[in-house]
Design a protein around this ligand. Sequence first.
Ligand code: URA
Length: 242
Amino acid sequence: MQLQDILFSQGFGTRRVCCGLVQQGRVTVGEPPRPATDPTEDLDPMGLVFHVLGERWVYQPLAYLMLHKPAGYECSQKPGAWPSVYTLLPGPLRGRPSGAASGVQAVGRLDQDTTGLLLLSDDGKFIHRLSSPKHHVPKVYEATCKHPVTDQQIERLLAGVVLDDDPRPVRAAEARALDSHRLQLTLTEGKYHQVKRMVAAVSNRVEALHRSRIGAIDLPPDLLPGQWRWLTAQEVAGLMAR
Ligand code: URA
């Protein structure tokens, strides 16, 4: 694969821009780095390490990553009042030429004020599998509530509550109190504002919400709000195998 095509596939701009990056001496390939001078140089992209403007990249045919979403960010490409989570990612991840859309897309959305684990990818199959209600991928949330959490509220969340947009009850796969005002809920669906609406349906109110787990993936304690990292091949395979 030509170097300029490798750079293009990884989101560094149009082929013309990528060609220019190489011609201007802004790209090195391999480790230890060797300056690249020929945009048409033929390279095996698999596992290729390269640097663009001093930043290290490893070729990824498809991108799979996790982000620790901070509060105050919207999961939309075109946000309203708040900045977009996509601004927390490096430009190339937003510029990857991926099908109809451009760049990685969030797998489902978290509310502006919700924090925690968000997965992103440019693999349509991966996004579909994780967001499809058919696959029942469990997602674990910690909700800080305005009023004390009671056994009766937990029983009702497990038995099922009716939300305003659907007569069929939605139930938590698991629910337990973490302390007097904190509730851990595991959901296998992804309805709009689902945790907040379920908690409201049992006469309490979510004051803060955090997602700590999707499938078998936990938000790592050392991934700070606003930081992202690639998913490992095992993590991706585990999520796809569900
Ligand atoms: N449920 C909510 O109410 N909000 C979220 O952000 C996620 C789940």
